[in-house]
Design a protein. Structure first.
Ligand code: PEP
Ligand code: MG
Length: 759
């Protein structure tokens, strides 16, 4: 069963035109299950009905012409119940509805199952049999499995279809909305640009063109250049490669002949495809044909055809890329945005970021917030290639992207963007005011540095120092571990810039969603794996170089604090502090001659692994300070991967359990007389900061773009008066109740502008 299923899904996936893929699916399914009829219906939510899209057994003329209301007939029932229905005689079922056009009178046995993606019913697949019979358990299981497997394909194809319509000028603009996960707040309007687009046919979108002559000459030119390239390669390798291997070049030349690939590609261009799409369609068909051959040697040739196709593509793209410049108001799009990718683009050229993978508290999103760029993450339902060159509105509050917006929507969003500018102006008034509550409680606001790859110093005159410097980011930008000297320079510029302010440097926290390109780690569960302190304790040479560099950079200064990430047990602290003391001893010996004093930095740990919350007294005896990493604490308390958009709705720092943990930490830290800062993203969220200050936190560290908003929150609240509200919040059961209550509270405190911004 598994083999059949795999074969069908693979075969259907290779058909690029969606309607054709559905027809093939119906055919293969009918053959594999040996039934008399197989049909596929897709949901149309605008019209609240299922439409017949493919059938083998019903009347083909009913395709696209028959609509079954969501509450009608057996198809509607399957959608409503969200489960399979298996009956021996459909026509006897009370919900059976007769549609004369489909001509199904001859069928009795009926099995139907819904196609569901992320709780949404996308369609229904049915099998029908002339005889009266119940389908077997195996048949039912097979259909359910197949439906689950093709659900994502349906979603992709629908998104593709909606956007393909956009390019069809005859239909006017055709706006579509895609839903992802909010990554970084803000609205941006701009043009999609795909970062580091790989030149493979697989990554190219299918696009039409109404200039067949132009596209044919683009293709022919690319073929000429590929011929020359192949010829050149064949001559260069003539002496080193055996003859049978060199034969491959002859095959390439043969395939490039006008009578071979060329004829078919040009035919597709005349059918309306652009040159790249035509090449893609033809090459993928050839690859499939070769892959299906019985002869092993011929099957292997599939790779050669693919390779040749990519060579021709590279030639075509080269001429396009040479002219390609970043569009004005670029919205950068990538499968997964990384620090090194962002470093390639001038920050002022970007107005927004879309990362197809990742979620709200992925480091890519944190990076976007640090740069003050709106971002949407986790757009798993669309292929990345579909967004390039499109006019987009990116809504970083809701996680939506509107593709090819119409004039009304554009106007609406321009107003929202203006409101943001107004809010920004209002916030500027806070710049010189102290960060105290109405009843005079001082709250220290520190900044999280490292993520924006600059020193975030432009705002340093209004902050209380750096609460978290993520040192791993510069490590991620290089091609090897930075040397001790390089690190000294980097850390010194940080410490010297503001010698009166404390700079908390976190030792390397790689792993999880922060890979080093030159030190790949392949793990099943990277967030539960070799990450942070676990990795650096296993590599003391890396840890020691980093700590020595920090200490050397601090010579003559006394503002360095060092903090350890991912601590889950006391012996990790003991071991790390032993190494830090060793480095301290070495550096002080080496620096005796220079006459500069070396101060022992304050040493602290991040509280981000739940286990350590149960050992705070023992931990407090060893360290100078705590820093709460609410991003990871939320992930580990709720067992929700912070980088997985599929479970993003479950990742919630306002979950009552997380709030109780945070309350417990501040109470215990106060009782133990241990200073504590909270440096997770919650500190930079207005509602989060309100709660944290109410709980008793007096030191919050955040990205510099959040500072003024949070100062406004602090200045609007009374720490005594808010206690009753906090008690209510902590007794709530559902995260959504917490959010609603917080939003209402913010309104009553006059902070409605921030609630609107956070919507
Ligand atoms: C955290 O986990 O809350 C934190 C601040 O560290 P990071 O986001 O870098 O894991
Ligand atoms: Mg963390």
């Amino acid at each position: 069963m598994l083999t059949t299923l795999k074969r069908i899904v693979q075969e259907v996936n290779q058909v690029l035109v969606f309607d054709e893929a559905l027809s093939l699916l119906a055919l293969r399914l009918k053959e594999a299950t040996k039934v008399d009829c197989c049909s596929i219906y897709l949901a149309n939510y605008e019209q609240q009905c299922f439409q017949l899209k493919a059938t083998e057994g019903l009347s083909k003329s009913a395709i696209d012409n028959i609509s079954i209301g969501f509450s009608e007939g057996l198809i509607g029932l399957i959608g409503q119940r969200e489960e399979p229905i298996n009956i021996d005689d459909a026509s006897k079922h009370p919900r059976f509805k007769h549609y004369p056009d489909v001509k199904e009178e001859q069928y009795h046995g009926f099995l139907g199952t819904p196609i569901i993606h992320q709780r949404k019913v996308l369609g229904v697949i049915t099998l029908q049999q002339k005889v009266r019979r119940l389908f077997s358990e195996d048949e039912e299981a097979f259909l359910v499995t197949l439906a689950a497997q093709i659900a994502l394909e349906v979603v992709h194809a629908q998104a593709r279809g909606a956007m393909d319509n956009n390019s069809n000028l005859h239909r006017g603009t055709w706006q579509s909305t895609l839903r992802g996960v909010p990554g970084s707040e803000g609205i941006s309007i701009g043009t999609g640009y795909i970062a580091n687009r790989k030149s493979t046919l697989a990554s190219q979108p299918l696009m039409k063109s109404d200039d067949p002559e132009g596209q044919c000459s683009l293709y022919r030119e690319a073929v000429l250049q590929t011929r020359a390239e192949v010829q050149d390669m064949s001559e260069r390798l003539a002496l080193t490669l055996p003859e049978d291997v060199r034969a491959i070049f002859d095959m390439y030349q043969h395939l490039l002949d006008a009578n071979s690939l060329g004829r078919e590609v040009e035919q597709k261009i005349h059918d309306g495809w652009n040159a790249v799409s035509a090449l893609k369609l033809v090459v993928e068909q050839y690859v499939k044909t070769f892959r299906d051959m019985d002869d092993h040697y011929m099957r292997e040739r599939a790779v050669d055809v693919e390779d040749l196709g990519n060579k021709v593509l590279a030639q075509m793209l080269e001429s396009q890329i040479a002219e390609e410049r970043l569009p004005e108001r670029t919205i950068l799009i990538a499968e997964e945005i990384s620090a090194s990718m962002l470093a390639e683009y001038p920050p002022q050229a970007l107005v927004g970021i879309v990362s197809m993978r990742g979620s709200h508290n992925s480091h890519a999103a944190i990076m976007a917030r640090a740069m003050g760029l709106p971002a949407v993450m986790g757009l798993t339902d669309v292929p990345v290639s579909m967004l390039g060159g499109k006019h987009l509105i990116l809504n970083g509050y809701s996680g939506e992207i509107i593709v090819s917006p119409d004039a009304n929507i554009l106007q609406e969003y321009k107003l929202l963007a203006d409101e943001e500018v107004e809010l920004f102006r209002h916030l500027q008034k806070m710049a010189d005011l102290p960060c105290v509550t109405k009843d005079g409680q001082e709250v220290k606001l520190l900044i999280n540095a490292g993520m924006s790859m600059e020193l975030e110093n432009s705002q340093s005159d209004i902050d209380d120092g750096v609460g978290l410097y993520r040192t791993e980011v510069p490590f991620m930008l290089g091609e090897r571990f930075p040397s001790e000297k390089e690190q000294i320079e980097l850390y010194r510029s940080m410490l010297r810039f503001n010698p009166d302010k404390k700079i908390t440097m976190r030792t390397l926290d790689v792993g999880g969603d922060k890979p080093l390109p030159y030190f790949p780690i392949h793990e099943e569960n990277p967030f539960l794996g070799w990450r942070g302190i676990r990795l650096t304790l296993d590599h003391p040479e890396i840890f020691l170089v980093q700590v020595r560099a920090m200490l050397k950079a601090s010579l003559g200064l006394s503002n360095l604090k060092i903090m350890l990430p991912m601590i889950s047990s006391i012996n990790e602290v003991e071991e790390a502090f032993r190494l830090i003391r060793q480095a301290f001893y070495e550096v002080s010996e080496e620096s005796k001659l220079s006459g500069e004093t070396l101060h022992m930095p304050q040493l602290g740990v991040m509280l981000e692994v739940p286990a350590i919350l149960y050992q705070l007294p023992q931990l407090a005896a060893k360290v100078d300070f705590f820093s709460v990493g609410s991003n990871d604490l939320t992930q580990y308390l709720l067992a929700v991967d912070r980088n997985n958009s599929r479970v993003s709705a479950l990742y919630d720092s306002y979950h009552p359990a997380v709030l109780l943990a945070l309350k417990g930490i501040i109470e215990q830290s106060n009782a133990l007389n241990k200073p504590v800062t909270l440096c997770g993203e919650l500190a930079g969220e207005p509602a989060g900061a309100l709660l944290l200050v109410a709980m008793g936190y007096r030191s919050l560290s955040m990205n510099s773009h959040s500072l003024l908003k949070i100062k406004w929150v602090v200045r609007s609240m009374d720490s005594g008066e808010i206690q009753l509200f906090l008690r209510d919040i902590l007794s709530m059961t559902h995260p959504q109740d917490v959010r609603d209550a917080l939003n209402m509270k913010m309104e009553t405190l006059g902070l409605g502008g921030l609630v609107r911004a956070g919507r």
